[in-house]
Design a protein around this ligand. Structure first.
Ligand code: ADP
Ligand code: MG
Length: 261
């Protein structure tokens, strides 16, 4: 398949079926371009996380193709997988589960950089191999004071823990970050702050996002383009400014009513 230079990820007719039941993801196609945030919205059980896991190569697709730049995820060999694991990072709903409770924040945060010694992120120029300084810089990028480096996860709030997982995701300067309900476990007041942080980081880093949520307001705030998923299928797709257009599918309008309260 031919990949256009500005396309970071291309999914074509992706289908995933668990051993029991219907297709969790059914013939889904989309493109994520450089610097863009693609939003994915749909109610619980619509297949969003399954699609995310397929894009992260954590789940094998049954049919279709997923290309990350020029690499075929659906056929990835070990070397391709290593490259993809570096270039495609993820932030999930529950930051407590993503951080080892027995590790100090600095050790969880620095895991990717400790493991990938040859990566030189542009924002760590000159301090890449000064571990504490690099960790401080990463925390600063997510607006956390460096005192947390020596703490354990239970000493941080949910929002602070999520900031640490975001810092870890950006630490090796990936091309794409999958954000699967990154604010769903947080208080409403914290949700807005985390979304603003994610937006600022995207601008600063020039990274692409796949932003997933059941909340259309959140997805519309974050994304340039939005896909609506229902029972494994993409049922509507539009650019952010067309959300209120009369052309929207009835299902999108239903989600919109939830959003408007
Ligand atoms: P969402 O993230 O939109 O809530 P999921 O991708 O988690 O949706 O789930 C889509 C469908 O696949 C649901 O019907 C769910 O029950 C099913 N499902 C998800 N994960 C598994 C799994 N590991 N094994 C079997 N069925 C699963
Ligand atoms: Mg989910």
């Amino acid at each position: 398949m031919r990949i256009v230079e500005q396309e970071v990820l291309v999914a074509k007719n992706v289908t995933k079926q668990y051993s029991s039941g219907q297709k969790a993801v059914d013939q889904v196609s989309f493109v994520i371009k450089k610097d863009e945030c693609l939003g994915l919205v749909g109610e619980s059980g619509s297949g969003k996380s399954t699609l995310a896991r397929c894009v992260l190569a954590l789940e094998k697709v049954d049919q279709g193709e997923i290309w990350f730049k020029e690499k075929p995820l659906h056929l990835a060999n070990k070397e391709d997988l290593r490259y993809i694991r570096r270039e495609v990072q993820a932030v999930f709903q529950n930051p407590a589960a993503a951080l080892n409770p027995k590790l100090k924040i600095i050790d969880s945060l620095m895991e990717p950089l400790d493991f990938q010694k040859n990566i030189q992120p542009s924002f760590l120029k000159g301090i890449r191999h000064q571990r504490e300084k690099a960790a401080e810089q990463l925390l600063e990028m997510v607006e956390l004071p460096s005192k947390y480096l020596s703490c354990y996860p239970h000493e941080l709030s949910g929002g602070q823990k999520q900031r640490v997982t975001i810092a870890r995701a950006i630490s090796i300067e990936p091309a794409l970050i999958i954000l699967d309900e990154p604010t769903a476990s947080l208080d409403v007041s914290v949700q807005a702050k985390i979304m603003n942080l994610l937006k600022d980081l995207q601008q600063y880093l020039g990274v692409s996002y796949l932003f997933i949520s059941h909340d259309l307001a959140a997805v519309n705030f974050m994304s340039d383009r939005i896909m609506v998923m229902k029972q494994g299928k993409i049922v509507d797709e539009f650019s952010k400014y067309d959300l209120f257009s009369l052309k929207r599918e009835p299902y999108t309008k239903e989600l919109l009513h939830v959003f408007e309260g």
